[in-house]
Design a protein around this ligand. Structure first.
Ligand SMILES: [Zn+2]
Length: 312
């Protein structure tokens, strides 16, 4: 029996790119008669172009599924599209054993056009299939590292938008649909090459939020020379702000949860010290993706509290 510590964190997250023009497309990708199964139809359309196919295949492998159609078990409808990864630590203070489990759910915006839904699936699949590139309990995780990893790391926002746009251009070339969300990033006249430099630059456009992020980051702002006053084109759908600021707020929230979880664990360890029972079995979880790890040493926990939890 273990103790359950939940960190409803998540990094991965977040669609999306509200590019300015809504631009309805004259041609729709939704095949007739498939209204009832929009998700199944979206996966089918994605499988018909190279980038979509390889993204779904990556997801299939990541979640150990028999086929890409089974990916739909990861999806839930919602009012915004985003990917959540919930990290749970099961910790047994008696045996000091820790098991970690990471559950991924992809939320998809329900009320949007079918063509936009297809692109959202491509975008979120990039996040969902990526390996986590930060650990909420890493003593050396900082706001700067968190923002950088979430934007520029593998499976981060730049990757997700680049994939979404590759898919959009491939679909446009194949079916004659509009690529309005992505024309801006088309590289020359190519059918699926996108301008990653421009995408990356756009994520750092802060406009009126520029002052706020500089103040919040303080001396750390020097780590982001690309933060600009140009008016933002990309907003986090969950944070209602340009990504760097939304991610900074998210980091503060995750940090608070990680600190209180760690303090709670310490007090459980203290309560249990001196009465540990060697016959107790360690926490064992058979769930997919569980990884047994040794519990952090006292020294690591102290370093964590010292480096991450002095401000609250
Ligand atoms: Zn995203």
């Amino acid at each position: 029996m273990g103790i359950r510590t939940l960190i409803s964190s998540t990094a991965l997250l977040f669609l999306t790119s509200t590019l300015s023009e809504p631009g309805a497309s004259a041609v729709s990708l939704l095949p007739e008669g498939e209204l009832a199964d929009r998700l199944g139809a979206a996966l089918k359309v994605l499988r018909s172009v190279p980038t979509g196919r390889s993204l779904l295949e990556r997801g299939r492998k990541r979640f150990h599924l028999a086929d890409t159609a089974s990916l739909r078990s990861l999806f839930k409808w919602s009012d915004v599209s985003r990917t959540d990864a919930v990290l749970t630590r099961h910790y047994d203070p008696g045996s000091q054993t820790e098991v970690r489990e990471r559950l991924v759910t992809v939320y998809l915006k329900k009320n949007q056009s079918f063509d936009d839904l297809v692109l959202d699936v491509a975008h979120e699949m990039t996040h969902a299939a990526g390996e986590p590139n930060w650990d909420p309990y890493d003593p050396h995780l900082t706001a700067v590292r968190y923002i950088r990893a979430s934007l520029e790391g593998p499976g981060g926002e730049v990757d997700a938008l680049a994939n979404e746009c590759r898919v959009s251009l491939e679909l446009s070339a194949r079916y004659g649909t509009s690529a309005h969300r992505c024309e801006r990033y088309r590289l020359g006249h190519s059918q699926n090459q996108v301008d990653r430099v421009k995408i990356r630059k756009d994520f750092y456009r802060m406009g009126a939020f520029h002052k706020e992020i500089l103040q919040a980051l303080g001396s750390e702002a020097a780590s982001f020379p690309d933060l600009s006053t140009e008016s933002p084109t990309l907003f986090s759908s969950t944070g209602n702000a340009p990504y760097p600021l939304a991610l900074l707020r998210e980091f503060q929230e995750i940090n608070g949860v990680a600190c209180s979880n760690t303090r709670r664990r310490l007090s459980l360890v203290a309560q249990n010290s001196g009465r540990s029972d060697p016959s107790r079995s360690p926490a064992s979880e058979g769930a997919l993706g569980s990884q047994p790890t040794s519990a952090p040493s006292d020294a690591k926990t102290e370093t964590f509290l010292k480096l991450r939890c002095t401000q609250d």
